[in-house]
Ligand binder design. Structure first.
Ligand SMILES: *Cc1c(COP(=O)(O)O)cnc(C)c1O
Length: 410
């Protein structure tokens, strides 16, 4: 068996080829994955890794899920893509399911989270344009937010190191601390098109919004008339054991962005709209070539059948509580863990030091976790993870943390 430090020539040559020809924007972990099954990934040398990243919250049904695989191969033999010039049977069906789940009656389908956020930004402005209120173009976002990498979504993403190399971004964006209701009331006014937030922030370090701040958001939107955009791309669609996290905080967004888990590995995302926002849309206002094609919709329908009809969401709630107990025990044992934050199957362990060595030690032990916001070890396991896989993961993570704590106090 090899460890993460030693690779077969096959893994080494894959890495060398990428170094030559791939735009170097990803600092990848030194491992080449070839196949998966359930919550495990296997590298090119056949070594198994327990996957608590799930492709950054995407592979919600785990890897090589038999029903998903059967449905998408059947769909590939039937029809993959027709464009949005014509009708096909699956978009309306998927939109109906999403509307039942979210309470937002209309959907626009796209291919990635950032596009879903872009659609929300555009249709928030479109709404005010339709009211002939063209000075309402501003957005109020929050510190530690992450909304994507295209120019619009990057403009409402907080972290300066993502933003600075690409300036100038959208001009009329203001960031507010998620702990400062007064700053929020000062920022949201009659030039604000929308307030935009992740009810449970992901990339920014797994930080839940407080109920108090959520109430202030609702009040600020009510006073000023500003729309509310919820980015549920990471925390939505069952990840926390609830369909969405906004209702947990008492928030009722006018627009919502979803993605990641939606296609369980097939790229699909969506923006969801309230009636009043949807009414402002006119033919030709927006579009996507791939958006909502048959393959992507089929995958999303299978995902929702598993989540809702076959009640995977109850499993997320119970196995998530089991994971929380395991992580609490780690925190109690390991003083380098300052804080544990999250819900369901979305957790961050905030350390008193950089998290990268823990991620690397875990990889050596055959456990995949990732780092976000420098000091946070983030866990986004597949929804199908079992209680015994959770125990195995907690055991490996505890070892990785112990190793890091020792290495740095020596
Ligand atoms: C991942 C993510 C995005 C961006 O999604 P992409 O599919 O990478 O474009 C936006 N918002 C949140 C909250 C996310 O977690």
């Amino acid at each position: 068996m090899t460890t993460a430090g030693s690779h077969s020539t096959m893994q080494t040559s894959v890495m060398a080829l990428e170094t030559e020809h791939i735009l170097q924007v990803y600092k990848r972990n030194p491992v080449v994955f070839e196949r998966g099954r359930g919550c495990y990934l296997y590298d090119a040398d056949g070594r198994a890794y327990l996957d608590l990243v799930s492709g950054v919250g995407v592979a919600a049904l785990g890897h090589a899920h038999p029903r998903l695989a059967a449905a998408i191969s059947e769909q590939a033999l039937t029809l993959l893509h027709t464009s949005n010039l014509y009708f096909h049977p699956l978009q309306g069906e998927l939109a109906t399911r999403l509307s039942e789940l979210s309470g937002l009656p209309r959907a626009f389908f796209c291919n990635s989270g950032t596009e879903a956020v872009e659609a929300c930004l555009k249709f928030a402005r479109r709404y005010w344009h339709a009211q002939q209120d063209t000075k309402r173009s501003g957005f109020v976002a929050f510190e530690h937010s992450f909304h994507g990498r295209t120019i619009g979504s990057l403009s409402i993403t907080w972290d300066d190191h993502y933003r600075a190399p690409f300036a100038p971004l959208l001009a009329d964006v203001q960031f507010v601390s998620p702990n400062d209701p007064d700053a929020l009331f000062a920022a949201v006014n009659d030039s604000t098109a929308a307030v935009v937030l992740e009810p449970l922030q992901g990339e920014g370090g797994v930080r839940p919004f407080s109920r108090k701040m959520a109430d202030a958001v609702t009040e600020a939107c009510r006073r000023s008339g500003a729309l509310l955009i919820a980015d549920e791309i990471q925390c939505g669609l069952g990840r926390t054991g609830r369909p969405f996290y906004s209702p947990v905080l008492g928030l009722t967004p006018d627009l919502m962005a979803i993605g990641k888990a939606l296609g369980a590995g097939v790229p699909i995302a969506a923006a969801l709209f309230s009636d009043r926002v949807a009414k402002a849309a006119a033919f030709g206002d927006h579009g996507s070539t791939y958006g909502g094609n048959l393959l992507a919709c089929r995958a999303a329908l299978v995902f929702l059948e598993e989540l809702i009809d076959r009640d995977l969401i109850s499993h997320v709630a119970s196995v998530g509580a089991h994971l929380e107990r395991g992580l609490q025990a780690i925190k109690a044992r390991r003083p380098i863990v300052r804080e544990l934050r999250g819900a369901g199957l979305m957790w961050g362990l905030d350390l008193d030091r950089p998290a990268l060595p823990v991620v690397q030690a875990a990889l050596d032990l055959g456990l995949l976790v990732n780092r976000t916001s420098d000091t946070v070890v983030r866990l986004l396991p597949p929804f199908v993870i079992t209680a015994s896989e959770v125990d195995e993961a907690c055991n490996l993570l505890d070892q990785a943390i112990a190793k890091t704590a020792e290495a740095q106090t020596k």
